[in-house]
Design a protein around this ligand. Structure first.
Ligand code: B3K
Ligand code: ZN
Length: 865
């Protein structure tokens, strides 16, 4: 294994022995030999004689000076140790690095022709020796020198304070960031870009320069990102009262990036996927995601940058809160219900799976080997659910008072999740003692609810029990504070009033709730808006679910009732298929779908969401042991039954909603969403006329959403027209990797028997590259995570393929490898044959003496189960 795989514990936190208050970086860029000189003011903290110990990886050390004098030092386990340093001194360190050889995309690296950096979590140590921890806050100046012709634009954090030309064809720019920051927020970019400029006037009247840098020729794809940035800045002022603080805000889009984007102070670096869009090349979902991610990184300026994490175990302090903020941003600007539905799907699907697997951890983990492994759905998405519960318990007004207190108390500090909850408690006066357990406990709690109707006394009683099953990391679980939102309806779906629409605080393992004045047994909508990230067990009668689906006041509840009803039939049919019986679907269920489809009062995106059958991966979460074949068969059966029985309705709704000319409006986005769903069902029938509709949709499309809807439909229905569409698409877009990702994804999710062979052959496609994380995710990631039917082929070929890919990526990009491995880690959920095939591949990986720390942590946890 490379490096030392040592576990770090949250409770072992110690304040740093030294602080660095000021660092001046002088960086002379060169592809293979970049010179870095770091001059820092170092101060001893507290009464001790400890040596100065700095982190550094993949560095060539040239010299170390303390107060301008050469000193002796040691390099031990990737750390530079200097003994007997003064209490306060100037430290000057010269190092060399090789950005061209940096395929891990951490630290300073080349993305195409540009230089860029990624320092979170622990990448700054690949630039220079430093106290690479988030609780050391320094003021940075950065002087960059580079060849002027190749790199006319040189960027870093803060304000540009000086620049000049040298006689050797190089030039330099110096930047100063006035805000003290941890080194993970440092950034540097050098390259030749097109730039889109704009300004934003803050609520106090300051003008901020906005600059968006994209690859040459991409300016026509940058406008949406800029308008998203301005919307984010305005929204944060309106909803949270938070104003931007520097005079300039820059965003750079790069092609090679391990994640979505990075919130470096004043200089965000983005995966181009979350910047570039025009109607021809981007889907409605791409547009939405760009706005969301631009918002997310911008919101970090306060929740992350001005107030940061004391240590990396506190990651959810900034990520959970910032995801909550970006979700609220999307909901305030668009449809709250649709946003909620999509976010809840992520929690109930992959997050619940993570919590049930070998990597299960609390939103504030206790033990970490490789920090990059903890940028998880649990820390981000469940973390945001925890913030959302606080919001539900406190209400908007008190929550905002809590935010104001948090900001005023901790601005400029590196703090903990406890500090955040304390501010919420102090501002609201609400005791959050039990609530804090959400930070400490992993796993998915189960809320078991039963009801009782006492006609004689006109009482309706709900009995609620909570428990959290043990997880891989934690056997003992305790009681949580769970906000349970519920509402009562009468048997015909009439709303019984606000007094029966409430949030109940469940704080004990068993609790009963009584409602008086009930002349008939009501229908209860439980866990409205998914008020807590829990699994709900309640034995709903079909009839009650139908009432909620058709009459609930909440769009979310309508969708949720439809899901619950579908889930009942999914469970039942998987059982039937396993017992070699034919699957079946009651006619009444299909009738309800017909009614939903025709309902003119419903939001069209809501109809689309209600008509979508859960994916095979989310269906899997309904079962302890996953039977991929039965699940596939049942899903196909349900889709096919609805497609056949409602064929004419789909055609009718398709025709009514097809948009003519592309417009990025809520109404048209919803229409295209519904049209895509209809088209997929139409393709499942696949007769001559249906194929004609799909083909015409493709050829008449003036935007990427419609193009892909046609291709997706043709793929799902395995229509002959698919070939021609795929060729046309490839011919048109092969020069554009981002757009081609859609093409790779389509083939990676094919239900066809030769899917894996096709995926393997695509590894050699000219648009594919093993170096580009977007391509890797689109082809290999999609095949293994989103095509369970083919990935889990009983001959183990899918597993071997993924392991071979991981073998290759282990060295070149361990972070991406560690993301791609997820489906293999879940082996315990499968039948014995598949389990042993999957384990065999994991064992092969674990036998490698050079396994990266990233993969080692996951593989060893999985095998230890
Ligand atoms: N903070 C970064 C993620 C860094 C991931 C490091 N492996 C992006 C974000 O959450 O906004
Ligand atoms: Zn974030």
């Amino acid at each position: 294994m490379t490096g030392i795989a040592k576990e770090k514990y949250r409770l072992a936190y110690k304040t740093p022995d030294f602080v660095i208050e000021q660092i001046d970086l002088d960086i002379s860029l060169n592809e293979t030999c970049t010179q870095v000189t770091a001059t820092s003011l170092v101060k001893r903290q507290g009464d001790h004689k400890n040596s100065l110990v700095l982190d550094g990886e993949e560095l060539t050390l040239i010299s170390v000076l303390v107060d301008k004098n050469a000193v002796s030092y040691r390099i031990e386990n990737n750390q530079l140790c200097i003994d007997n340093v003064p209490d306060s001194f100037e430290l000057k360190i010269e190092t060399q690095i090789n950005p061209a050889a940096n395929s891990a995309l951490e630290g300073l690296y080349k993305s195409g022709n540009a230089f860029c950096t990624q320092c979170e979590a622990e990448g700054f140590r690949r630039i220079t020796y430093y106290l690479d921890r988030p609780d050391v806050l320094a003021r940075f100046t950065t002087r960059i020198t580079a060849d002027k012709a190749a790199y006319p634009i040189l960027l870093s954090n803060g304000n540009r304070i000086a620049a000049g030309d040298n006689t050797d064809g190089t030039h330099w720019v110096q930047w100063r960031d006035p805000f003290p920051k941890p080194c993970y927020l440092f950034a540097l970019v050098a390259g030749d870009f097109d730039v889109l400029k704009d300004t934003f006037t803050t609520k106090s009247g300051r003008t901020v320069q906005l600059e968006l840098f994209v690859d040459k020729g991409n300016l026509n794809r940058s406008y949406h990102a800029m308008s998203s940035l301005k919307k984010s800045m305005a929204w944060d002022e309106q909803r949270f009262g938070l104003e931007y603080d520097l005079d300039i805000y820059m965003i750079v889009a790069v092609d090679f990036f391990n994640m979505g984007a990075m919130e470096n102070k004043g200089l965000n670096i983005f995966n181009a996927k979350f910047v570039l869009a025009n109607s021809e090349s981007a889907t409605d979902t791409d547009y939405f995601d760009i706005e969301r991610v631009i918002g997310h990184e911008y919101f970090h300026n306060w929740t992350g940058n001005r107030i940061t994490c004391r240590d990396w175990f506190q990651l959810s302090l900034k990520e959970g809160l910032t995801v909550f903020r970006d979700q609220e941003f999307s909901s305030d600007l668009g449809s709250r219900a649709i946003n909620r539905i999509r976010n809840v799907k992520i929690i109930r699907g992959p997050q619940f799976a993570e919590d049930a697997g070998p990597m299960s951890h609390p939103i504030r983990p206790d033990v970490v080997m490789e920090m990059n492994n903890f940028y998880t759905l649990t820390v981000y998405e469940k973390g945001s659910e925890v913030i959302r519960m606080l919001h539900t318990i406190l209400g908007e007004e008190r929550f905002q008072a809590g935010m104001r207190l948090y900001v005023s108390r901790h601005d400029g500090q590196a703090v903990t999740c406890d500090d955040f909850v304390q501010a919420m408690q102090d501002a609201s006066g609400i005791d959050l003692t039990r609530f804090r357990q959400w930070y400490a406990q992993s796993g998915t709690p189960v809320l078991n609810v039963t009801d009782e109707f006492d006609a004689a006394n006109q009482k309706y009683i709900l009995h609620v029990k909570q428990h959290t099953p043990p997880t891989a990391d934690q056997k003992e679980k305790s009681v949580l504070h769970i906000p349970l939102s519920l509402a009562l309806y009468d048997q015909k779906g009439g709303y019984l009033g606000d007094q029966y629409d409430q949030v109940i605080n469940i704080c004990q393992d068993q609790q009963s709730i009584e409602f008086n004045g009930m002349t008939e047994k009501p229908v209860v909508a439980l866990l409205q808006d998914f008020s807590a990230p829990v699994k709900l067990e309640f034995d709903y009668a079909d009839q009650d679910l139908l009432v909620l689906m058709q009459h609930s006041r909440s769009a979310f509840t309508r969708w949720d009732a439809a899901q619950t009803l579908l889930n009942k039939y999914i469970r039942m049919n998987v059982e039937r298929v396993r017992n070699l019986q034919k699957p079946e679907l009651p006619a009444a269920l299909v009738d309800v779908f017909a009614e939903i489809l025709r309902d003119q009062t419903l939001d069209k995106s809501l109809i689309a969401e209600m008509m979508r059958i859960p994916s095979e991966t989310s269906m899997a979460e309904l079962f302890d042991e996953i039977d991929v074949d039965a699940i596939h068969e049942v899903r196909c059966f349900i889709e096919q039954s609805i497609a056949t029985q409602l064929h004419d309705v789909f055609v009718e709704v398709y025709q009514q909603n097809k948009t003519i000319q592309y417009q990025l409006t809520q109404t048209d986005i919803a229409k295209r969403d519904l049209v895509s769903v209809c088209l997929a069902y139409i393709a499942l029938n696949g007769n001559e006329a249906d194929q004609q509709i799909v083909s015409a949709h493709f050829h008449s499309a003036d935007n990427m959403t419609d193009v892909l809807a046609a291709m997706q439909a043709a793929k799902q229905g395995q229509l002959p027209v698919l070939q021609e569409m795929m060729h046309a698409f490839e011919a048109k877009w092969q020069h554009d990797g981002l757009v081609m990702d859609n093409w790779f994804r389509l083939q990676a999710t094919s239900p066809a028997a030769d899917c894996l062979d096709v995926v393997k052959s695509l590894l050699k496609h000219p648009s594919f590259s093993m170096q580009n994380p977007n391509r890797l995710r689109a082809l290999i990631g999609t095949f293994s995570a989103a095509n369970p039917y083919r990935f889990h082929a009983i001959d183990g070929s899918g597993y071997t393929f993924l392991r071979e890919m991981l073998d290759e990526l282990n060295h070149s990009n361990p972070q991406v490898a560690s993301r791609l491995i997820t489906p293999l880690l879940q082996f315990k959920r499968f039948d014995p044959t598949r389990q042993s095939l999957m384990k065999q591949e994991l064992k092969r990986l674990s036998a490698r003496p050079d396994l990266s720390r990233d993969l080692f942590e996951k593989v060893s946890k999985a095998l230890a189960q």
